[in-house]
Ligand binder design. Sequence first.
Ligand code: GDP
Ligand code: CA
Length: 336
Amino acid sequence: MRIVALAGGIGGARFLRGLLAAVGPQDEITVIGNTGDDIHLYGLKVCPDLDTVMYTLGGGINEEQGWGRTDETWSIKAEMKEYGVGPEWFGLGDRDFATHLVRSQMLTAGYSLSQVTEALCVRWKPGVRLLPMSDDRVETHVRITDGQGTRAVHFQEYWVKLHAAVDAEAIIPVGADTAKPAPGVLEAIAEADVILLPPSNPVVSIGSILAVPGIREAVAAAPAPVVGLSPIIGGAPVRGMADKVLAAVGVEATAEAVALDYGSRTALRGSSNEGGGGRRAGLIDGWLVDTADAAAVDAVEAAGIACRAVPLLMTDVDATAEMARAALALAEQVRK
Ligand code: GDP
Ligand code: CA
């Protein structure tokens, strides 16, 4: 079976680890990774979400943090501080630096981000084909208003430095409108047997991937069933501050609202105003909510999305594999 998953950082990576445990050796997984979080620091290109997937699946992740390397040291950061060179708020450890050096060196030599990612994966052997959503530069910015007035800040500044403490007014994927999907992305979606949306951030992880022209349309039109898993449990993100960026796009932080925002592929296909009225295409056929949100199942189904309530806490690989099996089972149920 050919499985395609769109993935952000920690939620995507942890889910993929469970998915790998749930499938067989004959199954092929292609991951389309978010690069909207990418940031240039010290002249280096840092791709936090691609690296989180690569390190998590390759056995190099710092488990407690959910990002960065195991057994990390921080000498470079300390030396930079002595020079008064920041940003101090972004954590890049010594081991992690090596990844960004290799990446930046290859990019400078003329390789594409796809080629670089493939090269980095030769070392990490993540067990999936990891594709960046695009080889073009896309950077998610967040519009905020604070003591310095209204301005747009890089997503990492909003998330890591400001801890999403001020309201996000708008999410702007800078560069997305002219970005092209990376080689292999649209083909993988079109040829997939199942498409999964892991419990990644719907706005700044999955949403950034879908903002690359062609990707949303490809998912909406794919012959394969599309099933998503809710990152929201009991009205709050399991980890992080997804509620802040959901508010910026006018979506409530509930499992139901996120499903309705992705939208039903069937309901829209059958509707008379299909393709018209500027209404965007629905994306999912199935949706998993946590058992705590079982009360949401009926409303999601009423919107034309098959919905089941199962435990969605990724407490360990076994529990996560069970989530992946539930997603694949739902995909079979909704397969046309
Ligand atoms: P990021 O790029 O590191 O922020 O990671 P993702 O976008 O891939 O995932 C972040 C989302 O994962 C957050 O919105 C969390 O609510 C969600 N998440 C984290 N752990 C769990 C979990 O155990 N279960 C579920 N359902 N969602 C989770
Ligand atoms: Ca991210």
